[in-house]
Each structure stands twice: as structure tokens, then as C-alpha cells.
Design a protein around this ligand. Structure first.
Ligand SMILES: [Zn+2]
Length: 504
């Protein structure tokens, strides 16, 4: 994600209020903040099916994700009314494997009206409270069993203008879906935490004048003549075979110019752009293959089958998001540094994902530092130094902000995931690390990080351990100082001699 805002507070407040309602979800307390690996909220009892936990165990967001099962594949079939911004009819078919005996289980779902739910073909009962959908199957699910849930629903997902949680954006002649850390659960039922990645088949039926692009590979397009006063339609099927965190799932339905071309290394380059996109923006996005090639040299093989860009109408989203294999841009967000940032996220954030949201610096520090690396590669050392100085200024400015009091890079708090303390501070940490361990060890660290945790999850403790492994140095004090000591204005000024430096 690019850009910052403090409105996460509302998500957190809503989630906390809901967690009080739901009692059991807060079974583990603040001590979990210091743990590297999230702890399941409920202890499974092998012989006796019990309800799965309402959250996956993220200390920042206790109700994100769910416990008791591993979602494997989502088949989402949506018939869309683009002009109304609503879902005529949707079917979500979710294949999962139980990790405990389940008398009931949850999805995160803030979506519209549910028409029916089955589990393994049998009608199930359900309740909804806030963002939690609790399903009770006719027959309890055995520990280790595979099971299939089908949820049918329809209606218009709610929009509140909050880019961090809205998830569904309808403009009158387009619909797009983006939201980090939690947005997907407004349009489909999901185990909505990066710890439970899954593969996807997404099918969209729209009036025939619209295109739909989504994550993965376009498998088919079918045209159907209109009948009984209904318009002709096109049905697009997108297959996404790479494990994907739910906040990186996206589609964009609009009148778009769509192209698919062979890019470097057999990666398909997808462009899905509004016909009136200015030429200067097209030229920026056209650098995608070149950036891909540069980052493959630095980070190792690109992890996905596609790399694409889609540009939305301007809305309050007003940002770019590294949606997997198909990057999402608001028009105002199309800038060369941002394009490099979002492409770097495909390795750092998308393929290697967080275990817990507290470690967001691993995503954003690496993506921001990749902007510096791209400047260095494409425009030379002076450009790289200028990019670094912008990070110093950004950290200095953020450290003086009212929200920055005692904020740390490694534990910014759930309301400040997207602070410049995290972004610029994370980038400067990495630059300092590069000087400390040398270019050879630093770039081996980045490549090994991307390879070892490809398609999986990892935590700050894993990154520190790997940095020590590749460098042969004890870096505990280095990382502690950077990550867990607050970046006060005095400390930033002392470190970077920035007193009086104008901030751009
Ligand atoms: Zn980002």
C-alpha cells in the first residue's frame, strides 16, 4: 500500500467492540504482542467437536481471520449490476480442511443478504454478528476432514469511504475491490487474514460492454445474448493458482482497454486501463517489464504468472495497492516510484506475507527501499541519494506528528500500520543494514528471504535470524534499536543532522 492515514482506528474500535460481544475471542491477552508466532485462540479437543475461534490470533486485530480450519480454494461466482454497484446473485464455494473437530465455524463476512448456506451439500444454519458469520453444519466436521461450504448471497456491499476497510468501490460505471488490512470480507465470506492464503477461481458476469480483470490468468470469456429485456452479457473466468492473502484479492469491472502480452521470463503482462488515461501515465506504466527485470536481478525469480496494472476512476481510495499479480491504482497514484514500490511488493508482502500485522514494516520498508533501488538502477547514484533523503525528511516529519508519540517501526500499533515511521523508517533501516553487512550479504538476504518463504508467511524474528545467518554478524542490538526504540524528532535529527532541513 502506498500513502498513509489514521482511520484504521475505526476498524480497531469496531473489532474490539465486537470482540467484547463475542467473549471467547479475547482469550489471549496483551502478552501475545511480543510473540513471533500467533497462537490459536481456542485449544482444539480432538475427540469432541467445538466451535472454531472467531479470530486467527492476530494481536492487533483479534477478529480477523478464523480458527479451526484452513481455507484451500475459493470459487466465487458473481453476477454484477455495474451501474447499481451491486451483486445480482453470488455463490461462494469454499473448500477447506478442518484443523480441529468443528461443531461450528466462522467466516469474516460484512457482505449483503445471505440467501442460503450448505456444508457438504446439507443445509446449514447461521448467525451474523458484526463482521462474523458463524455457520453450524448439520453434522459436526471431524478433525482433519476436508469440507465444502457454499454461501449464496446478493445485494450491494456497504461503502463508507474508508480505504482501509471498505473493500468494495462502485462509481456508477465501474466496480473495483481493494482494502488493506481488511476489505475482501465486504464482498465474499473469507478467512480474512494473510496467515490463511488460498487459491481462487473467480467468475464474473456483467453487461457485455464491460471488461472484468482480476488476479491470475484469464481462463475464458463467454458472450450471451440478452433475453427477456435483459442485456447481453459477458462472463469472465479468472484462475489464480498462487496462494493469495485475502487483502490482495481484487477485480475491476469497467470499460477498459485490456491487453495481455508476453513479458520477461514468460510472465504475462496485463494492462487494464481506462481509454482516456493520459499518455504520461501510460508511459510510466510501460516501464513495468523493465522494473520486473531489474527486481528479478535483485530479489530472485518473479513469483507469479502475471504482472499487471489496472487504473481506477479517482475515488476516496486515493492510493495504490499491491493486489497480487494485478496492481491497483487510483489515477492520482500513477507515479514511477509507486509503480516500483507495488511491483516490489509482489515479492515482499504478496509472496512472502506477514504472520501478523504488527510486522507491516517488512512489507512497507522493503517496498519503499525498492523505490531507492529502482532509482539507483534506472537513474544513477544521485537519484538514489535523493530518494534516500526524501525518506529522512519523511521520517523527520512523521516523528513530529501528533500520532508519532513513542511510535516504533516494529510495533506501531494497529491504528498506525501505514505511518511514515513504518515506511520511511523501514527503508532507512534497510539502507543502514546494507551498509552494516555489505552489498553482497544484503542482496543475498533479500533473495534468500524471497526464496525461503515463497508463497508463505514470515515474521520479524525470521528476518533478523536470516540477516544474522547470511552476514555472520550478531545484529540483535542493531535491530532492537531500529525497531523498538521510538523515533523521536530529537533522535531523527541527531541521526541524520536534519535540524532545519526543509521537508518536501
Ligand atoms: Zn506499500
Amino acid at each position: 500500500m502506498h500513502r498513509s492515514n489514521a482511520r484504521l482506528a475505526r476498524i480497531r474500535a469496531a473489532l474490539l467492540a465486537l470482540s467484547l460481544l463475542m467473549g471467547a475471542a479475547l482469550a489471549h491477552g496483551a502478552s501475545a504482542h511480543s510473540q513471533a508466532t500467533p497462537v490459536p485462540l481456542a485449544t482444539p479437543v480432538a475427540s469432541h467437536p467445538t466451535p472454531g475461534a472467531a479470530g486467527i490470533g492476530d494481536p492487533y486485530f483479534p477478529l480477523l481471520g478464523n480458527g479451526g480450519y484452513d481455507a484451500l480454494h475459493y470459487a466465487l461466482d458473481l453476477d454484477l449490476d455495474v451501474t447499481a454497484g451491486s451483486i445480482n446473485a453470488a455463490t461462494a464455494t469454499i473448500d477447506a480442511k478442518a484443523t480441529q473437530g468443528l461443531s461450528a465455524f466462522n467466516f469474516d463476512f460484512r457482505g449483503p443478504e445471505i440467501d442460503g448456506i450448505t456444508v457438504d451439500g446439507e443445509p446449514a444454519t447461521w448467525t451474523r454478528a458484526g463482521g462474523e458469520l458463524t455457520i453450524t453444519p448439520a453434522t459436526p466436521i471431524l478433525d482433519g476432514a476436508s469440507f465444502q461450504t457454499i454461501v449464496r448471497y446478493h445485494g450491494a456491499p456497504k461503502m463508507n469511504g474508508d480505504r482501509f476497510e471498505q473493500g468494495w468501490w462502485a462509481t456508477g460505471d465501474s466496480i473495483f475491490t481493494v482494502g488493506e488490512p481488511a476489505g475482501s470480507d465486504v464482498w465474499y465470506p473469507v478467512n480474512g487474514h494473510p496467515l490463511d492464503k488460498a487459491t481462487y477461481t473467480m467468475t464474473f458476469t456483467v453487461p457485455a460492454e464491460y471488461e472484468v480483470v482480476a488476479n491470475g490468468v484469464r481462463a475464458s470469456v463467454a458472450f450471451a445474448d440478452g433475453v427477456a429485456g435483459h442485456p447481453s452479457t459477458r462472463t469472465f473466468v479468472w484462475e489464480n493458482a498462487a496462494p493469495t492473502a485475502s487483502y490482495l484479492v481484487t477485480f475491476h469491472a469497467a470499460e477498459l482497454d485490456v491487453s495481455m502480452t508476453d513479458g520477461p521470463g514468460g510472465v504475462t503482462i496485463v494492462e487494464a486501463l481506462p481509454p482516456d488515461l493520459p499518455e504520461k501515465d501510460m508511459r510510466i506504466l510501460d516501464r513495468t517489464p523493465e522494473i520486473l527485470t531489474t527486481f528479478e536481478t535483485l530479489f530472485g525469480p518473479y513469483p507469479f504468472a502475471t504482472l499487471g496494472n489496472t487504473v481506477f476512476e479517482d475515488t476516496e481510495f486515493n492510493a495504490a495497492l499491491e493486489t497480487q499479480g494485478l496492481i491497483s491504482y487510483d489515477r492520482s497514484a500513477v507515479r514511477e516510484g509507486t509503480v516500483a514500490h507495488e511491483i516490489a511488493h509482489q515479492w515482499f508482502g504478496d509472496s512472502v506475507s506477514l504472520e501478523r500485522w504488527q510486522d507491516i514494516w517488512l512489507n512497507e520498508g522493503l517496498a519503499r527501499y525498492a523505490e531507492v533501488l529502482w532509482a539507483e538502477s534506472a537513474h544513477g547514484e544521485d537519484a538514489a541519494q535523493a530518494a534516500l533523503r526524501r525518506q529522512m525528511s519523511a521520517l523527520a516529519t512523521a516523528s513530529r506528528g501528533p500520532e508519532a508519540k513513542a511510535m516504533t517501526i516494529g510495533d506501531p500499533g494497529p491504528d498506525h500500520l501505514f505511518s511514515e515511521i513504518v515506511y520511511a523508517g523501514g527503508a532507512l533501516l534497510l539502507d543502514d543494514l546494507r551498509h552494516r553487512i555489505g552489498d553482497d550479504a544484503f542482496f543475498r538476504l533479500l533473495r534468500e528471504w524471497a526464496a525461503r518463504h515463497q508463497y508463505g508467511n514470515a515474521a520479524t524474528t525470521d528476518f533478523i535470524a536470516l540477516a544474522e545467518e547470511v552476514s555472520g554478524q550478531n545484529l540483535d542490538t542493531f535491530f532492537h534499536d531500529w525497531l523498538y526504540e521510538p523515533w523521536t524528532p530529537e533522535r531523527v535529527a541527531d541521526r541524520y543532522s536534519l535540524t532545519g532541513t526543509p521537508v518536501d
